[in-house]
Design a protein around this ligand. Structure first.
Ligand code: C2E
Ligand code: CA
Ligand code: CA
Length: 685
């Protein structure tokens, strides 16, 4: 007997003699055998090893051959193994049953060895032929990739089990339908046109795109499509081989989750954002500080995505991230929470007003059109704002309220920002209007200086005047500095305004003196920001030179906090100013960090006792003590003392008794416009 090749046989028979004889016979022919006493045992063995053929007795205890064969044929990994049933002689019923359950052939007992040899030989030959023939079919059935064969128009002719596993469509549901059955709607028409173009001209297409499963879920897939040509050269079929990238994407996402960054923009992702927020909130709770959170959502992102496709949407998101980052300029931390949602955490010192300004700047940045594939897009954004601890102690509550604020902003017609708290919205709006009109006021020369006299207590003569700014605001009348100086400080506008005041005061004083008025000191108030300008001293000398005013008539009023600033820089500046010949005074003395150290070191001429002490000096013992101490201190350092806010005779008497040099207040005159001052001077002769 010459068998085609050496094969592995499972021999299943409860009769040990028959089993042994069968095994001997096969081994003598060069094959390998394993013997089993019943069906259950052979099924167990299949878990470990796959035979080329099974010889199976029909009647056995525990599990007979029919049942074992039936079970074997249901197993994907073993169903192709031929089963040769061994039945009783003339047992037609058993033979029928054997074929029914999928047995390949049968042989009767007692065994006729020549017949067995032929059957085995024949079956083995068949197996071999069936192997290099159905290999393709087996690959088709068993590969992990989904495969679809379509006609030239994309109509599905056949699919494999993996296709069903990935897409959810069974063969009877998919065959006969077009491949666009799987279309996700996530790609622009252009994309599919390009795909068909490449396929019909080059016969090949590979790439990643989104498809839709039967259950509606969308998944990313990697596809390789090849055209099959008929002998005539025309396309006959397309074969699509694809794999589901969901798991890959998920593991990528997981990796990003761990690293905490968004792949597209490189910004922190939602996970990291939450981690940071939680951390910052914990810190803030301990320190008792505020933390602001801004949540930004693009207004028309969907439109871009739907009309231009995801690739373009991605480009837009990257650009949005870049613009927001530039707007923030290092303030706070920016994250992309996903989709078109960005968030900013602003810890510590930011007050509602500067947060509103920042939100406005972010909106402005979004308003500049985006140019994508040569098309201009107007996107716009809405922002919700909340603050810890007012709007939420913990991240969850805070974000819920910030989200509500964002929703509110969308409701208000988009392209705006909303605080979670309504009172903040009203204040922000009023302040923003004010800031705009303040800027315009400078351009339109709506500011004006008023002058308040300062009197020598001993002689009653005029010692000087203090220049105080007023805003002649259209529709509002004359506005006092208390209403606009703080905002001007916050926005930095005070620098330009203060420079204007300095120049205007010098110009006017020079005009008075040139017209014959006996010269006196003109005191100008300084903002800290203005004084901090590196070229401040130079500016003062320029202003003096331009006006022609002698430096001795200009006095600069600094607050204690200015004088206490960066010590070395301040000292250098004050010394330079004093060398120029300008007089220096400390305004609102007693309200700040009164430090004797700097008073001794700095070249100061005058101390102005704050009006809060003057108000009750005649009645309140404590205030009286302070004033006496200040006067004593000033005199010991050789400084002049001026008391401001003097309204009553008894205050003047008190100040005079204790040796105060000068006084300023409503008692002598309110701050007045230039003409009124000149009139005041004329009257006093
Ligand atoms: P200040 O430098 O302490 O000015 C004194 C303020 O007290 C002035 O208010 C003045 O009108 C007011 N005052 C004077 N005498 C009396 C009095 O007898 N009783 C009462 N109740 N008040 C009196 P004003 O003009 O509203 O200015 C407020 C503040 O605005 C000033 O306080 C100063 O800090 C700031 N300011 C005014 N002009 C300028 C400026 O040109 N530059 C800068 N940086 N600040 C200015
Ligand atoms: Ca002042
Ligand atoms: Ca003052």
């Amino acid at each position: 007997m010459e068998l085609a090749r050496k094969a592995l046989f499972f021999v299943v028979d409860d009769d040990p003699v028959t089993r042994l004889m069968l095994c001997r016979f096969l081994e003598r022919n060069g094959h390998v055998t394993r013997g089993f006493a019943n069906g259950a045992l052979v099924l167990d063995a299949l878990e470990r090893e796959k035979p080329d053929m099974v010889l199976m007795d029909a009647k056995m205890p525990v599990m007979d051959g029919f049942e074992a064969c039936r079970q074997l044929k249901t197993r994907v990994d073993a169903q192709h193994v031929p089963v040769l049933m061994i039945t009783g002689l003339n047992d037609d019923e058993s033979v029928d049953r054997a074929f029914e359950i999928g047995a390949t052939d049968f042989i009767t007992k007692p065994i006729h060895w020549a017949i067995l040899r032929n059957r085995v030989h024949y079956l083995l030959a068949n197996i071999e032929a069936g192997h290099r023939l159905s290999l393709a079919a087996r690959v088709f059935d068993n590969t992990g990739e989904g495969i679809a064969v379509t006609d030239a128009n994309g109509r599905i002719l056949s699919i494999n089990p993996a296709f069903t596993r990935i897409t959810g469509y069974a063969a009877h549901e998919a065959v006969g339908r077009n491949m666009n059955l799987l279309k996700s709607g996530r790609h622009a028409l252009e994309f599919y046109e390009r795909l068909w173009d490449e396929l019909t001209t080059g016969g090949q297409w590979q790439g990643e795109f989104y498809n839709r499963r039967k259950d509606g879920s969308i998944y990313p897939q990697w596809s390789s499509i090849s055209a099959v040509y008929a002998p005539g050269g025309q396309i006959e079929n397309f074969i699509t081989v694809f794999s589901d990238l969901t798991a890959l994407r998920e593991s990528e996402q997981n990796l990003l989750y761990v690293t905490g960054h968004d792949a597209l923009t490189g910004l922190p992702n939602r996970h990291l954002f939450h981690e940071r927020l939680t951390f910052v909130l914990n810190e803030a709770s301990v320190a008792g500080t505020m933390v602001w959170v801004l949540l930004l959502d693009l207004d028309r992102f969907k439109v871009v995505n739907e009309t231009m496709g995801h690739d373009v949407g991605d480009v837009l998101i990257v650009e949005v991230g870049r613009r927001l980052d530039a707007t923030l300029g290092g303030r706070g931390s920016l994250s992309r929470l996903g989709g078109d949602e960005f968030a900013v955490i602003l810890p510590k010192t930011e007050d509602a007003q500067s947060v509103a300004q920042l939100a406005d700047a972010m909106l402005q940045a979004m308003r500049v059109p985006f140019i994508l594939h040569d098309v201009e897009f107007f996107v716009g954004a809405s922002i919700g704002i909340g603050v810890h601890p007012l709007d939420g102690e913990d991240a969850k509550t805070l974000m819920k309220n910030v989200d509500a604020a964002l929703y509110h902003a969308k409701e208000r017609g988009r392209n705006n920002f909303q605080f979670f708290r309504n009172e903040m919205n009203a204040r922000a709006l009023a302040r923003m209007r004010m800031e705009t009109s303040l800027r315009l006021a400078l351009e339109r020369e709506e500011f004006e200086l008023f002058f308040q006299p300062q009197i020598h207590l001993a002689t009653g003569d005029l010692a000087g005047v203090e220049a105080l700014m007023r805003w002649r605001r259209p529709g509002h009348g004359m506005v006092a500095p208390g209403e606009f100086i703080p905002l001007a400080e916050e926005t930095g506008l005070i620098i330009a305004m203060g420079n204007w005041a300095l120049n205007d005061a010098c110009q006017r004083a020079m005009r008075w003196f040139a017209a014959g008025v006996t010269p006196f000191r003109v005191a100008v108030n300084l903002s800290g920001l203005q004084f901090e300008q590196p070229d401040f001293v130079q500016r003062v000398t320029e202003v003096l030179a331009a006006s022609g005013l002698e430096p001795q008539w200009l006095e600069l009023e600094l607050t204690e906090s200015i004088a206490m600033g960066d010590a070395v820089e301040t000292l250098i500046k004050l010394k330079s100013l004093s060398e120029v010949g300008v007089r220096l005074s400390i305004d609102d003395f007693g309200t700040g960090f009164s430090s004797l150290k700097y008073l001794k070191r700095f070249p100061i001429d005058t101390l102005k006792i704050d009006q809060s002490f003057v108000r009750n000096c005649a009645k309140d013992l404590e205030d009286a003590v302070i004033i006496r101490a200040v006067i004593g201190l000033a005199h010991s350092l050789g400084l002049t003392v001026i008391a401001e806010g003097v309204e009553l005779r008894e205050q003047i008497d008190f100040l005079e008794v204790h040796g105060c040099n000068e006084v300023q207040g409503y008692f002598y005159g309110r701050p007045m416009p230039e003409e009124a001052l000149l009139e005041f001077l004329r009257k006093r002769g």
